[in-house]
Design a protein around this ligand. Structure first.
Ligand code: KIV
Length: 288
């Protein structure tokens, strides 16, 4: 079994030019597949709100929901670097909230880092969490928690004005003490520039290849989420197709009497005649 990575390993990988692959998932079962596959990191993301709970966005996700899923992921992948995702509203009001909720992830879900969205506007919250001894991953560019103010899930930084704001966010996140930066939904030129300028690992999702690694939602990468697939996602499997096919086979076999077959049944232990006697004895009890 591979040794669990630390933040220093992520820096070493960057130094050696080794790309990191991480994935977003929310349960013990898929976490165990990721660990078996040798995934470098797992993010238990607040996209759980969309993928698992069917909300149109991530805003409704609460701390309790995030912690419960993070605990499940940790149980499924005890040896994989795990990042907890601070949900909307858990760090915005005050530095105290930010630290208290980041601490919950560490204490209750045994995470290795927490991630939060935003740049200049949340730099004080990042600093507060870092000062309390935790590892922060910054997340800027297309930030789903503020998609309403962005007019939807839209790529950012496509004009020089918007790119300037993202670069300012990247600098603020770095200066606040974040150890890692995630860029989502930005042109590859902007990602490449930030990657070149910052000394910390910079990862991308929909940000091109010129960075230290990639993250994808398992729901997109494995073809599980039918409502929407972002342009940047690549489908490595078709779980939705397999699952629907499996379920329709099951329905057909139940209705046709093929399932359960003899190998799916428990056998009585003892004499069949004794069971017949028992059933006759008990039958009157079913009457009025
Ligand atoms: O919650 C999530 O899935 C994320 C990814 C988009 C990185 O934050």
């Amino acid at each position: 079994m591979a040794k669990k990575k630390s933040i220093l390993d992520l820096y070493k990988m960057k130094e050696n030019g080794e790309k990191a692959a991480w994935i977003v998932l929310y349960d013990a079962c898929f976490a165990s597949y990721a660990e078996d596959a040798g995934m470098d990191m797992i993010l238990c993301g607040d996209s759980v709100g969309m993928i698992v709970y069917g909300f149109p966005g991530t805003v409704p996700v609460t701390m309790d929901v995030s912690i419960a899923h993070c605990q499940a992921v940790r149980r499924g992948a005890p040896n994989t670097y795990l990042i907890g995702d601070l949900p909307f509203g858990s760090y915005h009001a005050s530095c105290e909230d930010a630290v208290r909720n980041a601490v919950r992830f560490y204490k209750e879900a045994d995470v290795d880092a927490v991630k939060l969205e935003g740049g200049v506007a949340v730099a004080d919250k990042i600093r507060a969490i870092v000062n309390a001894g935790m590892v922060v991953f910054g997340h800027i560019g297309l930030t789903p928690q503020s998609s309403a103010s962005m007019g939807g899930f839209k790529a950012q930084g496509r004009t020089t004005g918007s790119a300037r704001a993202i670069i300012e966010d990247a600098i603020a996140v770095y200066k606040a003490g974040a150890r890692v930066l995630l860029l989502e939904g930005v042109p590859e030129e902007v990602c490449a520039y930030i990657h070149r300028m910052l000394p910390i690992p910079v990862y991308g999702i929909g940000a091109g290849a010129d960075c230290d690694g990639q993250v994808l939602l398992a729901a997109d990468a494995l073809g599980m989420y039918k409502s929407f697939t972002p342009k940047f996602a690549k489908k490595y499997a078709d779980i939705a197709g397999l699952a629907t096919q499996g379920m329709s086979d099951y329905i057909r076999e139940v209705k046709g009497g093929e399932f359960p077959a003899p190998e799916h049944k428990y056998k009585i232990s003892g004499d069949a005649a004794d069971f017949e006697k028992l059933f006759d004895e008990m039958a009157p009890l079913f009457g009025d």
